[in-house]
Structures are given as C-alpha cells and as structure tokens.
Write a protein that binds this ligand. Structure first.
Ligand code: UDP
Ligand code: MG
Length: 323
C-alpha cells in the first residue's frame, strides 16, 4: 500500500476490455482535474487474453496516476476488487466497471456523499438500465431476495459503481462471487451507514459481457455462505456444537427408552420384538453418530478458524506505476 494519502482511488477490475480503457481513463482524468482531486486509478487486469495489459502499460507511462496490476490468470471480479482494495491509498475508494457502462461524471457526488454526509458506502442504482431483459428480470429477483435476507434497503446491489470510505475496503475480504454482496459484508462488519445514488447507465460500448446466467446460482450459494460465516465464523462450535448436542441427546433418549422397555419385558416375561428389530433402534444409532460427527466438525472448524484463512492469495504477475 502507498503511504501518501490521496483524495480518491478508482479501482477498476477488467477482463478483456482493451478498447474501452483509453477512453475510460481519459474521462476519469478529466473529471479529477476539473475538481482538483488528487487521485490514482488502479487497473486490475484479471487475466485478460487480449492486449489490455499492453494498453495499461502505455496509459501508465503517459499518466503516473494510472497504475496497473496483472493477475497470472483469471481469478474473477471479486478477487480483482479485493486486490485493488488492498492497494488503494485514497481516502475515498470508488469502484467502476471498465466497459464504459458506468459514468465517471458520478465521481464528485459520490465523493461528497462519503466525505460530507459520512456514508460508509454509497451504491449506484442503475434506475434506467440498458441491458437485455434476460438480465434485468433475474436481477430484480436477486435484489429482492438479498434485500429480504440482509435487511439493507438497496435497489441495485450488484452495481459496479460504488464508493467507500477507506476504512470499509481495508476491513473486508471479498472472494468467490461475493462482489455482489459487498454492502451485506460491509454491514456485517459494522459499516451500517449505506446510501444509494441513482446513476446513469449506458449500453456496453465495446466488447461483450463477461457473466452468464450461472452468476445467479453462484451468487446465491455465496449469499448462504456469507450468512453462515458472518454468524459463526468466530465461534463455529456454537453452530456445530448445538446441532451435535441436540442430535446426541435425541439418540440417548431413544436408547434409554429402548433399554427401559427391554428391562421391563425381561421382568414381566413378556415376549416382543428384539431391540435390533425396531426402527427406533436405528434412529437412535444414527442420531448418536451424527451428533458425535457434528461435534468433531465443530472442533475442526474452531481449529481452522484459529489458524487463519489463506483464501485471498493471488498470484500477481506484473505491476506498473509505482505499485
Ligand atoms: N470482470 C473481471 N473479471 C471477470 C469478469 C468480469 O474483472 O472474471 C470485469 C469486466 O471486465 C468489467 C466488470 O468486471 O469491467 C463487469 O463485467 P461485465 O461488464 O461483463 O458485467 P455486466 O455489466 O454484464 O454485469
Ligand atoms: Mg458491464
């Protein structure tokens, strides 16, 4: 991370966006100069196979505020954002897609909302979208579910254009497909002042979209795992231990019942089914074994969480512009 602080870091994850980059960075530079901001643009090349990296090298040479970082392969948008967040030196960090669908003209107002209105995070809302229906309809559904599960009143969780107070990006980890849930992750980390700003959206000018419909399935699984992790990360034993205890005791109760019944039958000399011929016996057996297994899973989870996660190590191939 750079030592000197800047007003703004713009973090841009990109995959095969060579045509858009010169236009986008020139536009950002114009906005920054017009407003007298000190800034940096962090272009994170997420394993492009076109000539994006060449373009980035050229741009960085012409303007030292433009910095580039290149992954060794495609790790995904979340990974690119995560690395960009780690590097960012700006007091306000703004993320933006590389495809010119988001407008740099929104930057001054986003910056003002973070600095003056003291929002932790401001998310863009593409109120009027320029995307095909196959995308906008599932998106509505996704936003509805996420709103319900998280209690955050945003219309457009997945908008690439967002602004953050530096403290937020320095304290969260984004991986998998979790870039769609950054507001949720932020809220669970105690950054609850989340705002929304209607932003202009444009059709993709160059290239094609990098996400298909599988985004919604992965996204949903990720929401389940962040819900789980944020609740139990610190104390996995609370989850596994509770389930294990319940299961174990159900098993023990049934076993006691079976034993009592058997003893009574011995004394009264009554004939009946063998213990092992009763369905309840197998239920008890399964419940006890599952109970013990859950306990073991809990202990393992505790040990893993103690030894720390190595989830966010990405191989960086190249850097330009003093990074
Ligand atoms: N992107 C990336 N890595 C990926 C996929 C996408 O860095 O694996 C970037 C992409 O280059 C763009 C942004 O993430 O800057 C949003 O992607 P895209 O425009 O394809 O998504 P859409 O606007 O269709 O949701
Ligand atoms: Mg796009």
């Amino acid at each position: 991370m750079n030592e000197a602080t800047l007003d703004i870091s713009v973090v841009i994850p990109l995959l095969n966006e060579a045509e858009s980059l010169p236009e986008l960075t020139a536009w950002i530079a114009r906005v920054m100069q017009a407003n007298n901001y000190s800034y940096e643009v962090l272009l994170v090349d997420d394993g492009s196979t076109d000539h994006s990296w060449k373009v980035i090298q050229g741009l960085s040479k012409d303007n030292p505020a433009i910095k580039g970082l290149r992954f060794n392969r495609n790790y995904g948008k979340s990974a690119a954002l995560n690395v960009g967040f780690k590097q960012a030196a700006g007091e306000v960090v703004i993320t933006m897609d590389a495809d010119l669908q988001d407008s740099p003209d929104e930057i001054p107002e986003l910056y003002r909302m973070i600095k003056e209105q003291e929002y932790d995070l401001v998310s863009g809302w593409k109120k009027k979208r320029y995307d095909p229906l196959s995308k906008t309809i599932p998106t509505k559904l996704f936003n509805g579910v996420t709103r319900k599960m998280s209690g955050i009143k945003l219309h457009d969780f997945n908008c690439g254009l967002k602004a953050y107070d530096q403290r937020v990006v320095k304290s969260i980890e984004v991986y998998g497909e979790m870039h769609r849930y950054i507001p949720v992750i932020a809220k669970w980390n105690g950054f609850g002042k989340i705002g929304e700003k209607v932003v202009h959206h444009q059709e993709r000018k160059y290239g094609v979209t990098k996400f298909g419909l599988e985004r919604f399935i992965y996204g949903f699984l990720d929401l389940m795992s962040i819900t789980f992790v944020s609740k139990f990360k610190k104390r996995p034993m609370h989850f596994f231990g509770t389930m294990g205890t319940v299961s174990f005791f159900i098993g023990m109760l049934i076993t006691l019942g079976l034993i009592t019944e058997k003893v009574i039958r011995v004394f009264t000399n009554e004939r009946g089914r063998d213990v092992v011929a009763q369905p309840l016996f197998f239920l008890a057996l399964a419940a006890i074994i599952i109970g013990v297994q859950l306990f073991l899973a809990g202990f393992l989870a505790e040990m893993i969480s103690l030894s720390g996660s190595r989830k966010n190590e990405y191989l960086i191939r190249d850097r330009v512009g003093n990074l």
